[in-house]
Write a protein that binds this ligand. Structure first.
Ligand code: HEM
Length: 387
């Protein structure tokens, strides 16, 4: 008998939203026998879990299977009060004023990349634009030169490739070990000669007395590299896909770039790159009449909450004119995305030039390839033809 949740199926990979709807209606607190995980899909249940970190803890990591080196060292793998203390320090490095100062370089890089693609009518939007562009932007933040940023891109290639299965480890352990070593090397370089990047800001904060270990610096820089890559990297193809499906809204935003923030917000609600995160249940708890025992691992499906018809009007409709709603695309509560301001600013800067550059475009969906992990939604390959 087919179960309500088939994460290995092509149907789920292509359109998880149909599955989410059935789960919300028929089994909002679902125990997946195969993985042993509990799945929450309704808006109000997820909102409740995020507000109650004592019961739904991040202390075992927020990825379904997190890398042991990171757990307890990153913002996403600790609870308040230590989380809030560390977040104040990390937030200094991601402050809007710091992001503002790097937008000029991001714009220059994205224009250069479009210049390189100028002569090509067709290219792979992921391989030829989004992926290298995002690694350049993250590289600027981490103070990597162009060659080193390419090295980082290669190291992160297997992320969310589904090597550990669609519910398993997002990155093979040996790849993570390489990335940890790579970031350790960068930390050592910045300790010897500080610059203007995130490593250096955190090292300076530490020198001024902030309570921060080198492992915490490494852990959080691995979040910038890996989570930034997964979330921001998949976000761009999702926007391009959404606007291709809705040409009227694409034309509207091309005529009025003031609509760009609405496009960004609606894509993060409607088809977020960050579909789910995990929590650890610390004490027995009951939701919607179902008991979840202490020690369970729970997956919170933000992508489902964003489309919960109990809260969101016409949730399956992509509508940049919709009234702003509180969505979960950037999470909510103490762990709400620390890079959301940066993400919104960088996305706007790139889309301002990208949409006029692409003009009327077609996507070859039949030859596209999707990422295959329940935590993310996006494309590994998205062939595009400019008209
Ligand atoms: C469109 C792009 C992005 C999306 C959709 C996104 C989404 C999210 C979500 C849903 C969470 C909550 C995780 C949880 O509940 O456990 C989160 C956390 C986080 N994000 Fe993002 N993110 C994006 C870009 C970025 C970027 C570019 C950075 C870094 C430069 C970043 C850094 C972080 C950090 C450090 C956390 C952990 C915060 C905490 O636990 O206190 N994000 N993000």
């Amino acid at each position: 008998m087919m179960s309500l949740f088939e994460p290995n199926s092509d149907a789920f990979r292509d359109d998880p939203y149909a599955t989410y709807r059935r789960l919300r209606d028929e089994a909002p607190v679902y125990h997946d026998e195969q993985s042993g995980l509990w799945l929450l899909t309704r808006y109000h249940d997820i909102e409740r879990a995020l507000a109650d970190y004592a019961t739904f803890s991040s202390s075992r990591g927020n990825a379904i299977v997190d890398s042991p080196q990171r757990v307890g060292k990153t913002l996403g793998s600790m609870d308040p009060p230590r989380h809030d203390e560390l977040r104040r320090v990390i937030q200094r490095a991601l402050a809007p004023s710091r992001v503002q100062s790097m937008l000029g370089v991001v714009k220059e890089l994205s224009r250069r990349r479009m210049g390189e693609l100028q002569e090509r009518k067709s290219f792979d939007f992921v391989e030829d634009f989004a992926r290298p562009m995002i690694f350049s932007a993250l590289g600027i933040m981490l103070g990597l030169d162009e060659t080193t940023a390419v090295e980082a891109e290669h190291l992160a290639r297997n992320l969310f490739e589904g090597h550990g299965g669609p519910m398993g480890n997002a990155l093979p352990a040996e790849d993570f070990a390489e990335i940890w070593k790579f970031l350790g090397g960068e930390l050592a370089k910045r300790t010897a000669s500080p610059a203007e990047d995130l490593f250096s800001v955190l090292l300076a904060a530490k020198a001024e007395g902030a309570n921060l270990s080198d492992e915490e610096i490494l852990g959080n820089m691995s979040t910038v590299l890996l989570a930034g890559n997964a979330s921001l990297g998949h976000f761009f193809p999702n926007v391009i896909h959404a606007l291709w499906q809705h040409p009227d809204q694409r034309r509207a935003v091309m005529q009025d770039p003031e609509l760009l923030p609405a496009i960004i917000e609606e894509t993060v609600r409607w088809d977020t790159s960050t579909q789910s995160f995990a929590r650890q249940v610390m004490t027995d708890v009951e939701i919607d009449g179902v008991s979840i025992p202490a020690g369970s691992r729970v997956v919170l499906f933000y992508g489902s909450a964003n489309r919960d018809e109990r809260v969101v009007e016409s949730p399956d409709t992509f509508d940049i004119g919709r009234k702003r709603i509180r969505h979960f695309g950037f999470g909510l509560g103490p762990h709400i995305c620390a890079g959301s301001t940066m993400a919104r600013m960088v996305c706007r800067t790139i889309l301002e030039d990208l949409l006029p550059f692409l003009g009327d475009y077609e996507l070859d969906i039949a030859n596209s390839r999707r990422a295959h992990h329940v935590m993310v939604r996006g494309f590994k390959s998205l062939p595009l033809v400019r008209q």
